[in-house]
Design a protein around this ligand. Structure first.
Ligand code: BES
Ligand code: ZN
Ligand code: ZN
Length: 513
């Protein structure tokens, strides 16, 4: 989609009126553009519609011109949260009505500043970036496997953003829109990968996608095959991959545009290209969407791609253990004990808790880089969904500053996260009987937490206090369980299927970190 800022009202195509309950249509920026008959007609139409609460209408006025009317439930846009939904609603309406070009009024979407606080220019730039990214997200449809209709897909081709700005401010907004569009595009590419059925998305294909992104966006990609994975001693990755005809890959991405002396930030993504559960086979309802179990991996590829296209001057590494979890004569068994790259063993009590087993090796590998921060992203547990619902990903970290910063970035990007506890008490739950750690907890409660605590064992140092006393600090680490946000839900105005969680969040967070 082409997104442009315009400063002259003359260029308006299909105006969008975003109306809060406290906004009179006659006060709207675009109202004065209309002729008398159109003004009367639209005034009556809105009067009738407001009685209905929230509304979305396409209206042909007496002049023959078309306008879009979007009514929201609050007095006006109050928060970034409201704005996110309003932006997507506008695009959803345009798509439904087959409108190819729209014009929105930027100030309709600017949240009211909290009492006692002045609006800041930087807020406007952040909003413009959000607008361009949300427009892209809402415009996305996964059509790869469908025959295109004769008239083409219903997508918006151009969004003009009218804003009354000085030339310098317009330039800044233009730049923010450019950045937002890049982020939206990269999120959509990740959604494409996640939506691709398991038959077509294998570990090798995921690795090819990473290589392609590296080539086009400018970062290094190395793909380790089975023999190299074995040489590294990654018994977790090898164990989970045993049952599948599709052989594993370990994907290493390096974007090193920071200072040589800067320690990198490492992103680790779960790349299970299909999760059947293995011999602990999933029931039919649960197995259905498990081609998206590589969404963490896709997020890592396209977060780095976005940062590279934005020319961020940082050192960022991406690691993806990619496997398929299948039951067969060669599968790993419940009871198997796997030796991971760091020498610790995992007693597999359930082959469906496979994500943590492959991530254990990847977290150990991340230490090679002496990272200043490690973030792993994984569709790890159904429990995270039970705990939070489907509107936020779960985050786990012992670093309260990181937790707060990520939560705030979530609010600004519409890519929400919410914390769950990471407490040592839970370590009792994952002690193994015949191995060092069991891959599931002893009870059926708090599964998202036991998953996180399991991963923690592979990033924190062994004799924590002894090492810390020698000046060897713990690696700051965050685990993001994106299972709750794997797929879009009703009412958020995104296409069915993958939601592309955590890319918007991380692209913004890492730029500022
Ligand atoms: N990939 C699943 C988690 C998942 C479930 C993601 C639903 C998205 C939607 C993961 O590998 C899994 O199967 N986890 C189990 C762990 C259990 C066996 C301890 C779960 O959450 O049920
Ligand atoms: Zn599983
Ligand atoms: Zn899984």
């Amino acid at each position: 989609m082409n997104v442009k800022v315009i400063q002259k009202r003359e260029n308006i195509t299909t105006p969008v009126f975003l109306l809060g309950t406290a906004v009179n249509i006659s006060d709207h920026e675009f109202f004065r553009q209309l002729d008398k008959a159109d003004k009367e007609y639209i005034t009556l139409f809105v009067k009738k519609s407001k009685g209905e609460g929230e509304f979305s209408y396409s209206v042909f006025l007496p002049s023959g011109n078309q306008v879009l009317l979007v009514g929201i439930k609050t007095k006006r846009i109050l928060t970034f949260r409201n704005s996110v939904i309003a932006m997507r609603r506008v695009i959803a309406l345009a798509k439904k009505e087959k409108v190819k070009e729209i014009t929105v009024n930027f100030s309709d979407f600017v949240p009211a500043p909290p009492a006692g606080r002045q609006e800041k220019k930087s807020d406007e730039e952040a909003l413009a970036e959000l607008m361009a990214s949300q427009f892209e997200l809402a415009n996305f449809e996964f059509t790869k496997y469908k025959t295109p209709p004769k008239e083409g897909w219903n997508v918006v081709q151009q969004a003009l953003i009218y804003a009354d700005l000085t030339q310098t401010d317009a330039e800044k907004i233009k730049e923010s829109l450019r950045r937002g569009k890049i982020i939206g595009e990269e999120i959509n590419k990740a959604r494409m990968l996640s939506n691709t059925p398991g038959g077509d998305m294998t570990p090798a294909r995921l690795a090819e996608a990473a290589a392609k992104a590296g080539k086009t966006c400018g970062f290094q990609v190395r793909i380790l095959k089975e023999d190299q994975i074995r040489k590294l001693g990654m018994g977790g990755v090898l164990g989970v991959s045993k049952g599948s005809a599709e052989r594993p890959r370990f994907i290493v991405m390096e974007y090193m545009k920071g200072k040589k002396s800067d320690k990198p930030i490492v992103l680790v993504g779960k790349g299970v290209t299909f999760d059947t559960g293995g011999l602990n086979l999933k029931p039919d309802q649960s197995i259905y969407e498990m081609h998206m179990d590589m969404s963490g991996g896709a997020a890592v590829i396209h977060t780095i791609a976005a940062l590279a296209r934005l020319k961020v001057k940082k050192n960022i590494v991406g690691l993806i253990p990619a496997v398929e979890n299948m039951p067969s004569g060669s599968s790993y068994h419940p009871g198997d004990v796997l030796r991971t790259m760091n020498g610790k063993t995992i007693e597999v009590l359930n082959t469906d808790a496979e994500g943590r087993v492959i991530l254990a090796d990847a977290l150990e590998y991340s230490k090679k880089y002496k990272p200043r921060l490690v973030i792993d992203i994984a569709t790890l547990t159904g429990s995270a969904m039970s705990a939070l619902g489907q509107r936020a990903s779960a985050i786990f970290t012992t670093d309260v500053k990181l937790e707060k910063a990520l939560r705030e970035t979530g609010e600004k990007t519409g890519d929400y996260v919410w914390p769950l506890p990471l407490w040592e008490e839970f370590e009792e739950e994952i002690k193994g009987t015949f191995g060092d750690f069991a891959n599931i907890g002893k009870t059926r409660y708090g599964g998202a937490i036991t998953g996180a605590v399991f991963l923690w064992q592979f990033i924190k140092s062994d004799m924590r206090h002894a090492k810390r006393d020698k000046g060897n600090k713990e690696i700051p680490w965050v685990h993001i369980d994106i299972a709750p946000r794997m797929t879009a839900v009703e009412g958020e105005f995104l296409a069915k299927g993958a939601a592309g969680a955590s890319i918007g969040l991380l692209a913004k967070f890492l730029r500022e970190f």
